[in-house]
Design a binder for this molecule. Sequence first.
Ligand code: DQQ
Length: 490
Amino acid sequence: MNMTIEAKQTVRPAAETAETNWSDVYRPRFHFTAAKNWINDPNGVCYHDGKYHLYYQYNPNAAKWGGIHWGHATSTDLAYWQDEPLALTPTPGGPDGEGCFSGCFALIDGVPTLYYTGYTQAAQTQCMATSDDLQQWTKVPEAIIATPPEGVARQDFRDPYVFRHGEFWYMALGASLRGERGQCLLYRSADGRHWHYRHPLFVAPDRSLGVMWECPNFFPLGDKWVLSFSQWLGLGVNYFVGRFEDERFIAETPGVLDVDGSAFAHLTMRAPDERTLQWAWIVERREQDLIDADGWSGAMSVPRELDLDKDGGLTLRPVDAIERLRRRQVAQVETRARQGTVHRFAGRFLDIDARFTLHDTGQAGVKVGLTVLSSPDGSETTRIVYHPAAQRLTVERSRSSINHKTCRQDQHAQLYLAPGEALSLRVLLDASVLEVYANNRVCITSRVYPALHSSIEATAFVEGLADLDLLVWEMGSIYTPGARSASQCA
Ligand code: DQQ
């Protein structure tokens, strides 16, 4: 590759002097967070030389968005993670002078390469950096794509996702069409360095899917292709499954990856064993003064594995490696019940596997579910409820905290169960982080901030005849001992 090389970046540990405050009751232990300050989108996820790499949008100076760098963490097994030095730092006066925005990893002719958006207030441009060891990155000083095509503003042009298909490299890029609706642009390159605009890969039919698409991913899955995108303004993450023919995407099946933008900017990679893995940024849902007081913001979802179901929709579930983080078993129940609390358990760091086989689905008022983070007097509780009549899964947050500076809106997802199909809930509760997977088809990602120390109780309940199989484990920490003053995160 013929390129001018800029001096190597100074390596500065992302965690730096930070000591994670494990007495912070909202701090997750098995979802990745930075030791302090702000994180957002997952970036550049890849597997290389025996390690998974998770880069992420990071502000090393405050627990709010701004001055965006790339942080970095690695794992050999997708369960335990280690902090690594900062990967990308804005270069004053360069195309990324005010931020290194989101992007991806590709191995170009054997050379580890990052593609990302260089941010200044004047323009968003696409940039590139290479490395020998995935720690120190050498930037190409000038943007490799400096201007957007006709109809796209310089401020609506970001988040490259590079993939190989046939003889070419392709780049899917997030954009807005004249500020009116989201679209994904397609670029092509023979060498990964010189890029040529082809045409929109796909344009939203209307503005109901957001006026701008961020962080598009375009990847093969089974014999199909999937286009996922994050709707700006933070309205949720959607996908289409379809075909990729003559450099155009033909959408067939629409779907929702995460409702309401609580998980955002999903990023997908192909693992060496051909699994399709994905991470998402889990957004903070409390007021900034509370965030400032705790000194950190944002978490990553656990790695998720994607697949296709027989109807052409996406399935998603936590990777099996998460099970290595299970510690003491807190519940093991197999029972039939008709009304009320079926089982009580407790904890703030739990992996809950609950299967409800419903027998009264035709009757009005039937519902089943779980409560978590409840206080003994019931003044705080978060309920995960399935209503078969409405075919709706809800995370009820109206009583999740007595602190009014936290988000207490309910979250809903549509979940159609086939006749006779049981409801399978996999719930990952990690202090203030809650991931709810239902039948591997639907995911609600949530944040809850109970204010009472006694809010650690949980139940499984039914209203209507149902069989319940319940398994619950307490969860350990993803950080290897010593990596982050780990005394309280065993
Ligand atoms: N976050 C990044 C952008 C992206 C947005 C900036 C999505 O690259 O569009 O931090 O959360």
